[in-house]
Design a protein around this ligand. Structure first.
Ligand code: CO8
Length: 255
């Protein structure tokens, strides 16, 4: 049985973690398979949105049994960060669909996505300090940028777990839905996003990320001005504006 399933639903790429016997704990094999799929997804112009989810559970963390006897060199080799960086660097928007347990390296995977939709019952936490380590797949860096220093400190240092409503209040997730609706709503959300002008969506993502990494607002505004002007080279800009003028729905081609 494949522990990672990839399929395409029109313009949505769907990656599903499938290791139910270990609550989808992320083994080296799963992350290596994800790495290879991400290369294919990055090269596939048909895919406009990536949705990542799990079967029942999102992922109960990195595989503790695969790490327990590691020395520092082994721990470095086990690292998920290069793959998570590959995910973060995708031009297309990415969504994590979070149901059930989403702990440790599982939540760090969800944090690497642009959006998170969770079930009300989902349980999330960077619980690594319970195990004598701390989040080492981007969690200490991404979480404070997402929810602020103080809340991130509380979650990480106490290994605090939160359910859907509290995660929503913290800004850890974008939306929560009843458990039984999670997958359907996730697909609907991803499909809705995939129908929006791909060049504009991808350029907006890139500009937001670049702006956050810049030292000054002025530098960001200059970057934005260039990226925005370049959109007028795209056929989608012409299509979007002409469709408005002609009072019809636009048909975007991603060029
Ligand atoms: N790793 C390996 N196996 C796991 C994991 C895991 N993270 N989580 C669950 N499993 C396995 C259990 O060992 C068990 O297997 P078996 O039946 O063979 O004993 C099976 O899944 C079912 O689990 P439980 O019996 O424990 O199920 P419960 O419903 O009683 O409990 C919990 C569910 C609360 C989710 C519990 O399993 C748990 O606490 N799991 C561990 C959660 C955790 O600590 N996650 C963080 C892991 S460390 C990490 O993610 C580090 C990331 C940073 C580095 C990344 C780069 C390397």
């Amino acid at each position: 049985m494949d522990q990672l399933i990839y399929k395409k639903l029109d313009h949505v790429g769907v990656l599903q973690i499938n290791r139910p016997e270990a609550l989808n704990a992320l083994s080296r094999e799963i992350v290596d398979a994800m790495d290879a799929e991400l290369d294919k997804i990055a090269a596939d112009p048909e895919v406009r949105v990536l949705l990542i989810g799990g079967t029942d559970n999102f992922a109960a963390g990195a595989d503790i049994k695969g790490m327990v006897e590691c020395d520092p060199e082994g721990a470095r080799k086990f690292s998920f960060s290069p793959t998570y960086k590959k995910l973060m660097d995708l031009k297309i928007p990415t969504i994590a669909s979070v149901g059930g347990y989403c702990f440790g390296g599982g939540l760090e995977l969800a944090l690497t996505c642009d959006f998170r939709i969770a079930s009300e019952e989902a349980q999330m936490g960077l619980v690594e300090t319970n195990l004598g380590i701390f989040p080492g797949a981007g969690g200490t860096i991404r979480l404070p940028r997402l929810i602020g220093y103080s809340q991130a400190m509380e979650l990480i240092l106490f290994g605090k777990k939160v359910k859907g409503p509290e995660a929503l209040q913290l800004g850890l997730v974008n939306r929560i839905v009843p458990k039984e609706d999670l997958w359907e709503e996730s697909i609907k959300w991803a499909t809705k996003l995939s129908l929006r002008a791909p060049v504009a969506v991808q350029s907006a993502k890139q500009t937001i990320k670049a702006g956050l990494a810049m030292q000054t607002i002025d530098a960001g505004i200059d970057y934005e001005a260039d990226a925005w002007a370049n959109l007028f080279l795209s056929q989608d800009q012409k299509e979007g504006m002409r469709a408005f003028v002609e009072k019809r729905k636009p048909n975007y081609i991603g060029k």
